[in-house]
Design a protein around this ligand. Sequence first.
Ligand code: IMP
Ligand code: MG
Length: 176
Amino acid sequence: MVFAGVRELISEQVLRARVAELGEQITADYQGKDLVLLGVLKGCFLFMADLCRQIQLHLSTDFLGVSSYGEGTASSGVIRITSDLSRSVEGRDVLVVEDIVDTGLTMNYLLENLETRRPASLKVCSLLHKPARQIVATPIDYLGFTIEDVFVIGYGLDYQYRFRNLPYIGVLEETP
Ligand code: IMP
Ligand code: MG
C-alpha cells in the first residue's frame, strides 16, 4: 500500500520479525502466570492483534480507551479515560500494550491508575519509544523500537484520525 507523502520508516517485514521476538520473550516470562494483555486504544489495535497471536499462553485481553491528544502532533499532557476495563485486574498479571511512549505522560498516568487496582504484577510493552521527547521517565519492560524525534503514523498510529491502516510505520513528509 502506497500513500502519497509518506516515507516508510519501519517495514511490515521488520515489524513482523520484532513482534515475533517480543511474543517469544513474553511467552517465556509469563509461564504459569495469569496474563492479561491490556491494550491502550486506539493506537494499540494492530500491534495488540499481532502480538497476542505470537504469545503461546492462555492469556486474556482487555482494553482501555485513552485520549491524550487534541488535533495537533504535540502532547497536551491532558489524559482522559474514554473507556474503562471490562473486568477487574486485581491479583492478575497485567501487561500494558502501547503503540508509543513519547513524553511518557500517558503511561505515567496509566501506571498510577492501574496500580490502585492491585494487580499481582504490572509491566509495559510498547512498540515504539521516542526518548528525545521524554518528560516523565516510565519503565518499558518490552520495547519494539527506539525512534528519533519524528512524528510517526501507521500500524495503528494516527495523524488527525487517519493513517492507522498503513501496514508499516511511516513518517509524514513536509508538504511545501
Ligand atoms: P505521550 O503521553 O506523550 O507519551 O503520548 C502517548 C500517546 O500519544 C501515544 O499512545 C500515541 O497515541 C500518541 N503519540 C505520541 N507520539 C506519536 C507519534 O509520533 N505518532 C502518532 N501518535 C503519537
Ligand atoms: Mg496510544
